[in-house]
Write a protein that binds this ligand. Sequence first.
Ligand SMILES: [Zn+2]
Length: 444
Amino acid sequence: MGFPMASVTPHVRKHLSADALFRVVRSGFAAIPDPRCADVDISLTDTLMSAFAMFSLKAPSLLAFDRERTEGNLHTIYGIQRAPCDTYMRERLDPLSPKWLRPVFKRVFRQLQRGKALEEMVFLAGHYLLALDGTGYFSSKTVHCASCLHHVHRNGTITYTHQMLGAALIHPDVRAVIPLMPEPIGQDDGTDKNDCERNATKRFIVKLRQDHPHLKFIVTEDSLSSNAPHIATLHAHGLHYILGVKEGDHAFLFQQIQTAERAGRVTAYERHDRAAGLVHRFRFVNDVALNASNADVRVNFLEYWEISDTKVQHFSWVTDLRVSTRNVFHLMRGGRARWKIENETFNTLKNQGYNFEHNYGHGEQHLSVVFAMLMMLAFLVDQAQQLCCALFQAVWAKLGSKRLLWERMRALFYDYALVSMRELFEALLYGFKKSSPILTVDSS
Ligand SMILES: [Zn+2]
């Protein structure tokens, strides 16, 4: 008898637990100047924390969150003194410039660094892989605000959209991704989609270096980014890269590879994985010109075929890292991991309970952007749990899906008085009736 569950107690890293990270987020919000601090009874901190809690709990809508405002658990778990109603939340957050949220992302990131949670994300010689990609999360013919992008159609109608440049630390062997503060793509960014994303990327890189001047990164992006001006920007900011290239878009580069092949300057390499039934075939050549008009921009080229009995997949990249038979397999895995920004980040936000494309309220100035950033912040805290909290991992494994996990989490949150997120996760893992086991806690 006694404590039947004690033998399977998951390990909790105290400073990286959801409860600890909620406190980090809250102290970050508290550092944002509140222009109305004297004449309001609900602070900006409580308003921001309530919106964060809405995304953290994956409330299906602002109205649903408003209806179920049980201030008890919002107070004990999220540290909210008074939760605003939906109208008040929209009014307070609409004028807030999204730039104020960047330091909050940085605080959470620092906490992960201090807790050594990011060590398993290191990809190559102390460098993190950083995937960048643009995505849209709002589109309407009628609803719009000052931050919307306008697409004027030939018949004179306008489509209003919101897009952002997303960024996340990724690793080929790690399921979790660590998002950084996205860069909103704005109205003044240019006239076509590529131009918009390119300008947002430039701003992002400057801010990345302000926030993390000494961190080592290898940036990975799709083939739209493989152009000389962008490579110059990466180089100027001390960033390495693995960028996709396509024969259709980089004809000069691929012609040079043919020429180099005939001259015997291309290295071929093959690796057989009999267990998986795969052949990994490579060819690479170092120090070639990216294109005819920028002969001084030299890159290393790497091409890869994954061959199975039923299909062949083909990829090609350019990188500033010197390619050899020793590292070519690893570099390929880094290049292929880029899909995680699409799949593990954007698609998770769109399809795994976060309702990324759902309209929580648009506002007239910044509300739509502020909500998108706060959702990404809630996703960051969740991913930190997925990366380093054994209790979260155990609950996820037990329930089998994130959707079910969020559903059960919300049900407990609204039905029981709880003192912490840890108590909630323990209840999900062991049930309420059993005596709670004693968890091992370390000081990381
Ligand atoms: Zn808008």
